[in-house]
Design a protein around this ligand. Structure first.
Ligand code: ATP
Ligand code: MG
Length: 650
């Protein structure tokens, strides 16, 4: 990795914070100084943003690495911190969730409503025999009950395991079995791409193989027909009739809050375990700091699904612990039309938008005129997460969504880190498009070479986290050894994130994609991210995925799959000319070594359900192999589309 091309990433643009935002920012440059002076005192202070039933005796116990304990001896209740304390402070009438279903139905839920719903669910789960430490699987569409179910578990100390509503029987079965869940909370179905999509049959098939499951709670969402078993209970019969009062008990800071399985982009899913006090401290603080959230006036919208960590940390726990008003949307961005997101921003006057590069690039492909058709003037801050954001996508986002003036925060973090780790601070950082910039206050990250030695500015290597952080995973559920092997063995004493990164001349961090995706061309390490960014910087390209294919002369050769922007003509000779132009464009931007051997124009790219490109399948195509496992693909017909596009001469 240290041998990355010297001339890669020539991006030099810089965007300082808007003066008005900087003047009023929740967090200033002082936070970096404070945390640098005493990291643990800094986190001690941030933990006090929450309500604790018992104070802690020690901020961090790192006597048995890599098993950390934060806020040792402290006790708190997560749901109390997200709900009760706000209602007690007189904020019961504040809207917690503006919910919008895909068909256009809406619900407005205040903090008082959410507390009542959560208390009822907590009582119902208790009546079903769920006690602290039990595991509950949640398999729901993006409806308010998903947040209620999570908060109800947190309230009674049950550990939730949310499984993305698009996952198959096998994926759900494995996750229920791995955690020995006692209850499953699901729905008859949800709305997806303009029609009801059933969930209950998947649960029926899974539960039939999971003897630990005693009850299945079913929310009625679509009204579709369901097969009923003797474990099933309707949510409206059970939860909505339960007592509305529930006294939240405090739990130990290290009490298990949730298990979340990583998406499996690269390997067998891992049950990432997060606990209570440190997790809530960091997600609550980062929501406040990175989104500069002003709960009295902001309308926050994170477009992730609750089935991903982004939904856990920045739909449920981060915003609610800060008493934010937020938007929650059930469906897809192009149902019933491609302006749906902007219509929602416009309707609810969203002020902060947090979304993924995959969506931004899709919006680029659909065309600039779509966001231009809506009033986006309420927005004041934009965020990105999930993949490296190419500079051109960053610029497009700022230009066409952010009126050319809003700060964009590119936030690097993982399921394992629980909360944001590397990101600009919107009132402080002069952001560079494509860079996640610097570790947040209280976070220690570095880029190291093969030997674990920090690389100098300008160098590239592996991203590591060099000190424990409050919302770090505590282990892999039921497999401490895999936890040690996966994250702590490559560079002893430091957490290995699995991502390649580079420090620029100023020491700012640029993420280069997964270490597994790095290509080796004629002895040079080349990152997929950099070649993709070069392609996307061409005005005719909306999105690109790059892989290394075995090559007899260069070891690996660069093969690029490229989606042209909506208006671009790619028929016949125009397509050939575009391909030639793109190859030269990459060579010109990055140097001849990075010139793709082959560029294919395709209508779509294979993505996981969380929207990340599955380069593994593209490698299969590039090397003329039959396709590997496609079960985690969002849309399995995409691979056919790509292959048929190829044979038709594109
Ligand atoms: P799996 O670990 O099962 O393969 P996953 O890594 O996709 O799945 P997540 O934890 O959701 O699951 O994603 C974290 C990864 O996403 C990071 O390791 C990184 O590769 C990528 N990522 C997230 N945010 C950013 C960002 N702002 N810039 C660059 N990469 C990012
Ligand atoms: Mg990962």
């Amino acid at each position: 990795m240290s041998e990355t091309l010297a001339n890669l990433l020539q991006e030099t643009r810089e965007f300082p914070p808007p003066a008005a935002l900087a003047a009023e920012a929740n967090v200033t440059a002082e936070a970096y100084a404070e945390a640098a002076a005493d990291r643990l005192a800094f986190w001690d202070k941030q933990a006090r943003r929450l309500d604790w039933a018992r104070d802690w005796d020690q901020v961090l116990d790192w006597s048995n690495p890599p098993f950390a304990k934060w806020f040792v001896g402290g006790q708190l209740n997560v749901a109390y911190n997200c709900l009760d304390r706000h209602v007690k402070a007189g904020l019961g009438d504040r809207v917690a969730i503006h919910w919008e279903g895909e068909p256009g139905d809406t619900r407005t839920i205040t903090y008082a409503d959410l507390l009542r719903m959560t208390s009822q669910a907590a009582n119902a789960l208790t009546d079903l025999g769920v006690t602290a430490g039990d595991r509950v699987a949640i398999y729901l569409p993006m409806i308010p009950e998903a947040a209620v179910a999570m908060l109800a578990c947190a309230r009674i100390g049950a550990t939730h395991s949310v499984v993305f509503g698009g996952f198959s029987v096998d994926a759900l079965t494995n996750r229920i079995q791995d955690a020995s869940a006692k209850v499953v909370i699901t729905a008859d179905g949800g709305y997806r791409r303009g029609k009801p999509s059933a969930l209950k049959p998947t649960v029926d098939d899974a539960v039939a193989q999971c003897p630990t499951v005693e009850h299945v709670l079913v929310v009625r969402r679509t009204g579709g027909e369901v097969t009923w078993t003797d474990k099933d209970l309707w949510w409206h019969d059970t939860v909505e009739t339960a007592a509305e009062q529930h006294e939240a008990q405090p739990f130990d800071a290290e009490h298990p809050l949730f298990i979340l399985y990583t998406s499996g982009t690269t390997a067998r899913p891992k049950g990432i375990l997060h606990t209570t006090g440190g997790y809530l401290t960091q997600v609550s603080y980062t929501t406040h700091a990175v989104f500069d959230l002003k709960p009295e006036t902001d309308v926050f919208w994170c477009t992730a699904d609750i089935g991903w960590v982004t939904g856990h940390s920045y739909i449920v726990y981060g915003p609610l612990s800060n008493a934010a008003t937020q938007i929650m949307y059930e469906g897809t961005p192009d149902t019933p039309h491609k302006g749906r997101f902007w219509e929602i921003v416009d309707r609810y006057r969203a002020t902060i938008l947090y979304t993924a590069p995959t969506l931004i690039r899709t919006m680029m492909k659909w065309g600039d005129d779509i966001p231009a058709g809506y009033d986006l003037s309420s927005l004041r801050l934009l965020g990105s997460v999930g993949e490296p954001i190419n500079p051109e996508a960053w610029i497009w986002y700022r230009q066409h969504v952010g009126r050319g003036e809003l700060p964009v925060v590119d936030t690097w973090w993982q399921t394992e880190t629980g909360g944001m780790m590397i990101s600009p601070l919107p009132g402080v950082t002069a952001a560079k498009p494509g860079s996640a910039m610097s570790p947040l206050p209280g976070i220690s990250a570095d880029v190291v070479d093969d030997q674990g030695v920090p690389v100098p500015n300008g160098g590239g290597g592996y991203l590591v986290l060099s000190e424990p952080w409050p919302s770090m995973l505590r282990t892999i559920w039921g497999d401490d050894q895999r936890f040690i092997d996966t994250y702590w063995s490559r560079f002893p004493g430091r957490y290995f994130a699995g991502d390649g990164a580079k420090k620029d001349a100023d020491g700012h961090v640029w993420l280069l994609g997964r270490v597994d995706d790095v290509m080796l061309v004629s002895g040079h390490n080349i990152s997929t991210t950099e070649v993709e960014s070069a392609l996307v910087s061409h005005p005719s390209v909306a999105e690109a995925a790059v892989v290394g294919a075995t090559d007899p002369t260069t070891g690996q050769a660069i093969v690029a799959f490229t989606i042209p922007r909506g208006h671009v003509d790619t028929a016949g000779e125009a397509g050939e000319a575009l391909i030639a132009e793109l190859r030269n464009h990459v060579a010109k931007s990055l140097g001849p070594i990075a010139k793709p051997r082959q560029i294919m124009l395709v209508p779509e790219l294979p993505k996981t359900r969380s929207g990340k490109i599955m380069r593994r399948l593209l490698r299969d195509v590039a090397e003329n192999r039959s396709l590997g496992d496609v079960t985690t693909l969002q849309d399995s017909s995409v691979m056919e589309l790509i292959s048929s596009g190829l044979t038709s001469g594109k």
